[in-house]
Design a protein around this ligand. Structure first.
Ligand code: CAA
Ligand code: NAI
Length: 706
């Protein structure tokens, strides 16, 4: 076996009496079938070779091992399975040492746990992140780690999926020692020689004793289960992780392994696993826009925002947190002071929570400048406009930017709905104009829609993707249309929710049904949070162009006429007498809804939660299909990521179009046709949906086409 083959492999090389096995499967040495085979074969030959006194496991390149090959999940399993490989390592009669640089995650850490001794380099990051993929450590991790470090610490790691750094791993007892430098081979060899010289012998993790105090361990397991009911409602894998650790406590090692296998398989077969794995790969695919392949980003160090309101200030904080220089422009001194205040408020909040000190705040704000003078933007590499949602206001700002900004500066707008082509065409350099649609609060929400107007230069698009990376956002490329990907789809399923409300479901029932599905909030809670006035203004603006034949629900208007805008006014669909966190149902709202039903001549009918979900999802999926069909989203997965990171769609369901695949596209189409019987104007099946059903394909078949 040789290290320079392109095939994934395990290279073996004898260094004196130490056999070095190098996992080699770029980029993260995932444990694909070839690597598993290689490891097993190499362990067998090491056992038979009298010149080998000990075995050292290392990873080629930057990492030890990123775990199981995630691409194999859902495929026919190929032998040897990882647990067999891991067992072979632990059973070895010769000492096995793992020298860990970079990541040892999931199956990668399980391999290291099966080794008899573990050494971590400074770059090491260890963890069992399977829970994030809807799985549990299925190669002995749930049995070995608790024996090594106790139930509480093991559960904390497995339930959070977080990574330990080298020092934490040492302190917890996951590794035996730290090594200086970054040469895993040299450090590992030195350690292995020392072990051989001192006749240290084998030391198996399955014999470790950290589960000794049964009573205490059981208490810790119960505490974890108690917490779970609050934090991870409806998720299978955290429950199964706890059950597996319970088995580690109650059963002999081999029986515990069997139980782990059973629980792992249950997770593997679950739609939650499929949804989470889809989200994992989709998050990486969205980074691959056509422009990022052909163009290099422009350098970005100095960023500016125009407008210091909700969004401008949030964007400024996001850029400051990424270490950038930020200038804020406002229209008058009062607004500027408010804008600066909005930025400072975020850092003061962190100080209050003890997550930042005054010196930290001062150091960050040293990179922040607030100004009334556009001339201060002359050196900015990127300007993000976040003034009122009004075309004339935005074009006026862009005119100023056109005048003062240096050639090559990227000119971006945070508009939610407006036509970016019209903004681009209002300046002398349309190729530099792009949409950067952040979500509120902009320093927290992960989604960044990168909206690509007709004339934008590819390197400007590439720059936007690079900015997203710097800001640790999840970028999704979107085409120009009313609402881009997210808000355009939102408008449609919100309408479906309004229709159900007028037809007989209460907003509280609708919200509950969607929370039960996994959204953190229902649509009416979101409306109260965002503020009813914003939607009201849009509806008034669009009233003249509304199709008079289309159904229009006036309930929201009735609430707004009373000044009930949601959190900010203490009532909206809900009452917030005790503050925004304490919503209660409002009988007066129900009375208004009843009156509106009567006015519209509707006899209310009962809705079951399954029907609420069917209608809501059908509207979302159908408009999602339209967005893909029109090329507004590159692929279905772009819609999925938009909803997971911008609209609270439950990640374990993989996004609306992944959910549609799992639900079955023929059934979605049948639902739409059924609903169309009452309202054919609203329920028009997307052509793409019809085509996919006709061809017997699903949305996922379109995910690999770019
Ligand atoms: N299997 C297959 N492919 C993987 C992978 C894995 N375990 N981990 C990463 N990759 C791929 C990514 O998809 C990406 O591919 P493309 O370049 O084609 O998009 C490439 O490797 C690089 O990954 P990142 O862009 O994420 O690189 P990074 O340097 O930012 O992060 C990482 C590296 C921390 C390892 C990160 O990729 C990661 O967290 N990976 C997942 C680790 C994980 O969850 N492992 C557990 C697997 S489950 C398991 O092991 C179950 C079991 O017990 C049997
Ligand atoms: P906001 O009303 O909180 O802030 C707008 C700010 O722009 C105000 O501080 C105002 O003084 C300033 N401003 C107005 N004209 C200006 C000018 N000519 N020069 C400099 N400053 C000027 O509004 P918000 O919510 O921050 O929205 C801004 C933009 O972001 C809008 O286009 C909106 O559609 C978009 N957006 C809003 C989201 C939200 O949830 N609020 C989400 C995503 C985008």
């Amino acid at each position: 076996m040789s290290r320079d083959t392109a095939q994934p492999s395990v290279a073996s090389a004898l260094h004196g009496n130490i056999l070095v096995l190098t996992l080699d499967n770029p980029p993260v040495n995932a444990l694909g079938v070839e690597v598993r085979r290689g490891l097993l074969a190499a362990m067998d030959s090491a056992a038979d070779d009298p010149t080998v006194a000990a075995i050292l496991l290392v990873g080629a390149g930057r990492h030890f091992c990123g775990g199981a090959d995630i691409r194999e999940f859902g495929q026919t399993p190929q032998a040897p399975a990882l647990p067999a490989v891991v067992k072979r390592i632990e059973d070895s009669a010769k000492p096995v040492v793992a020298a860990i640089q970079g990541v040892a995650l999931g199956g990668g850490l399980e391999v290291a746990l099966a080794a008899h001794y573990r050494l971590a380099l400074g770059s090491a990051r260890l963890g069992l992140p399977e829970v994030l993929l809807g799985l549990l450590p299925g190669a002995g991790g749930t049995q070995r780690l608790p024996r090594l470090i106790g139930a509480r610490a093991a559960l904390e790691l497995m339930l959070s999926g977080r990574h330990l750094n080298a020092r934490e791993a040492l302190d917890l007892g996951v590794v035996d020692r730290l090594a200086e430098g970054e040469d895993a081979l040299a450090a590992g060899l030195a350690y292995a020689r020392e072990l051989v010289d001192s006749h240290a012998g084998v030391r198996r993790t399955r014999d470790a004793r950290a589960l000794g105090d049964q009573h205490l361990q059981r208490e810790q397991i119960n505490a974890a289960r108690e917490q779970l009911t609050h934090k991870a409602k409806g998720l299978l894998s955290p429950q199964n992780i706890i059950r597996a650790v319970e088995a580690a406590l109650d059963r002999p090692f081999d029986q515990g392994l069997e139980e782990e296998r059973r629980l792992f398989q249950e997770c593997l077969d679950s739609p939650q696993r499929a949804g989470l794995v889809h989200a994992f790969f989709a998050e990486r695919e969205v980074l691959k826009a056509p422009e990022t392949r052909i163009a290099q980003p422009r350098p970005i160090e100095q960023v500016a925002v125009v407008g210091g309101g909700t969004m401008g200030a949030g964007i400024a904080v996001s850029a400051l947190d990424a270490g950038l220089q930020v200038t804020m422009i406002e229209r008058d001194q009062q607004a500027l002071d408010r804008g600066r205040g909005n930025v400072e408020k975020v850092y003061d909040g962190l100080i209050e929570k003890g997550r930042l000190d005054a010196a930290g705040k001062a150091a960050t704000l040293a990179r922040f400048r607030a100004s009334l003078d556009y001339q201060d933007l002359a050196r900015a590499d990127l300007v993000i406009e976040a003034v009122f949602e009004d075309m004339a206001a935005k074009q006026a700002v862009f005119k100023e930017l056109d005048r003062v900004c240096k050639p090559g500066a990227v000119l971006a707008s945070n508009t939610s709905y407006l036509d970016l082509n019209a903004i681009a065409d209002s300046v002398s350099r349309p190729a530099d104009v792009i949409g950067l649609h952040f979500f509120s609060p902009a320093n927290i929400m992960k989604l960044l829609e990168i909206v690509v107007p007709a004339k934008v230069a590819p390197d400007v698009v590439a720059t936007a993707f690079e900015l997203a990376k710097k800001l640790r956002k999840v970028p999704v490329r979107a085409g120009v249309c009313d609402g881009f990907i997210g808000n355009r789809i939102l408008a449609v399923y919100r309408q479906a929710a309004d229709y159900m409300m007028e037809d007989g479901a209460s907003p509280y029932q609708i919200d509950q049904a969607l929370r039960d599905f996994g959204f953190p909030m229902g649509p009416f809670q979101v409306a109260d949070l965002a503020g009813g006035d914003i939607g009201w203004a849009t509806r008034k603006r669009k009233a003249a162009t509304r199709n008079p034949d289309a159904r229009y629900v006036q309930i929201a208007d009735r609430l707004c006429e009373r000044g009930w805008f949601g959190h900010k006014t203490g009532r909206g669909y809900y009452l917030y007498a005790q503050g925004p966190r304490n919503a209660t149902q409002d009988p007066e709202v129900l009375a208004i809804i009843d009156a509106e039903r009567a006015r519209a001549g509707i006899t209310p009918r009962p809705f079951g939660n399954p029907e609420i979900l069917r209608r809501y999802m059908a509207a979302m999926i159908n408009e999602g299909a339209n967005v893909v069909h029109e090329g507004i989203a590159l692929r279905p997965l772009d819609v999925d990521i938009t909803f997971i990171h911008g609209y609270g769609f439950p990640r374990y369901r993989g996004g609306p179009l992944k959910y549609a695949d799992q639900y079955g596209l023929p059934q979605v189409l049948a639902d739409i046709r059924e609903f169309a019987e009452q309202d054919p104007l609203f329920w028009k099946a997307s052509l793409l949906l019809e085509q996919l059903v006709e061809r017997g394909e699903n949305f996922d078949s379109l995910n690999h086409s770019h």
